[in-house]
Design a protein around this ligand. Sequence first.
Ligand code: 3PG
Length: 305
Amino acid sequence: MRVLVATEKPFAANAVKAIKEEIEKAGHELVLLEKYTELAQLLDAVKDVEAMIVRSDKITPEIMDAAPKLKIIVRAGAGYDSIDTAYAKEKGIIVENTPGQNANAVAELVLGLLVYAVRAFYNGKSGSELIGKKLGLLAFGNVGRNVARIAKGFGMDVYAYDAFCPANVIEEAGVHAVASQEALFELCNIVSLHIPATPETKQSINYALVNRLPKGGILVNTARKEVINEPELLKLMTEREDLKFVTDIKPDADADFAKLEGRYFSTPKKMGAQTAEANFNAGLAAAKQINAYFADGCTKFQVNK
Ligand code: 3PG
């Protein structure tokens, strides 16, 4: 089988090497398309491959239609909002992700952003500490769980709400479960978003919800920019000068948020999963999943059943 690694934003070199070895070990061939700039390059590369490994690359119906032999797409990462999973299902193409493989990288960045925020963005002025602060996790998946683990090391008091994870599972992980996202925002000094971008969650982080944060509240977003209602958050932060917002996904209204001096920070590029380890883990997991699918039809991580 021919397995295409199509990454606009390439994996680290050691990850590509590990993917190649894994794919070749199973008798398949690796085709590499990195840093492509034109859709035409991707359309050409998919035309005779049976499998694809991608990162945040947008996989549209047009691309799937150009790939008549394609059986499986593995998104090396967690969020698969970049792939038209419904269309893939219609065409009988399996879509998988690699849950958890890059979660620690994102979680470490959350704490990095938080230290930066509470220490006045390292501007030389006095700040505050994370110890004893209440941290709310909106969703308790792989990233949320890793954030909880690290935050506890900082001595934070960790709370979580997850619409799909029962309270007892959250409590078993040593985290306080709360009954709703509204309660989470009301209770916590800091809320970190770990929800996927779905029709239900898009724009859901709005004025009314964030306004529940107590005085001095901080919102952290390392999920997707689409979950935030930017005009409403901007309006709120203009009215409430005590709030801070830190993110690794530049909002569309970055220039407007940047006017909230000392209360907003965005990394120049999405960078939660930009580590050698995350690349290696997610890339290699993707290769193994493809091999398992071709070897015995394993679809354990399929997201478009
Ligand atoms: C994810 O969904 O796994 C993260 O957003 C990381 O994605 P990336 O590796 O494409 O940046």
